[in-house]
Design a protein around this ligand. Structure first.
Ligand code: SAM
Length: 176
């Protein structure tokens, strides 16, 4: 067995109908990592709050590597208007958050929705306008802390969502 080099790895590149909306995330490393992991999982677009560190920030750029140039993004100022616009465009808004109504991620059927928005909370306050979301999903945790890093939760969520969407596509192709 040998580890493959960068030049030997040829991913089957795909874009999924997934948009990420970041609430007021404050840490530049988290913004950079959001880009990096979103690009890895074929996310279509990222929305960042205007008060979050900009994509010109050195730490954001360093953490994101080149992915800022590989994925579409936009800043927003008003959360309510953005969410209602995305709903009008046919997106289901899924809050990644621990709430009294959240479904464990492995039990949520992401493939039933045509277009998904994954909404992430800020490091300090979580998702502030939780009542605007259609559903919430939580990642079960087994340690002592009540929450994990926001981008760790994004990574786990993107793995689960793309896995479910790939399985749905495979089944659809087999039926044809
Ligand atoms: C550090 S947490 C926010 C803190 C928490 N809401 C509080 O005030 O104690 C930042 C974000 O990470 C995500 N997150 C963290 N742990 C999670 C989990 N177990 N399941 C789903 N999302 C999680 C959520 O989007 C959350 O808003």
């Amino acid at each position: 067995m040998k580890q493959l080099t960068h030049y030997e790895i040829d991913n089957s590149q795909k874009k999924f109908p997934i948009t990420i909306v970041c609430d007021t995330i404050r840490t530049p490393e988290n913004i950079g990592m959001a880009f990096r992991v979103a690009e890895s999982f074929g996310v279509s677009k990222i929305y960042l709050h205007e008060s979050s560190p900009s994509t010109e920030n050195r730490t954001v750029k360093r953490t994101a590597r080149n992915t800022i140039n590989q994925i579409e993004f936009e800043n927003y100022s008003d959360f309510n208007s953005l969410i209602s616009e995305l709903k009008k465009e046919g997106n289901t808004i899924i809050g990644i958050e621990v709430t009294d109504k959240s479904t464990h991620i492995q039990n949520y059927d992401f493939s039933k929705n045509e277009k998904l928005v994954l909404l992430l909370g800020s490091e300090r306050n979580g998702i502030e306008h939780i009542n605007l979301v259609d559903d919430t999903v939580e990642i079960p945790m087994y340690g002592r802390n009540s929450s994990m890093n926001v981008i760790h939760s994004l990574s786990i969520t993107l793995y689960e969502v793309t896995n479910q969407l790939n399985i749905k596509n495979t089944i659809a192709n087999e039926v044809k």
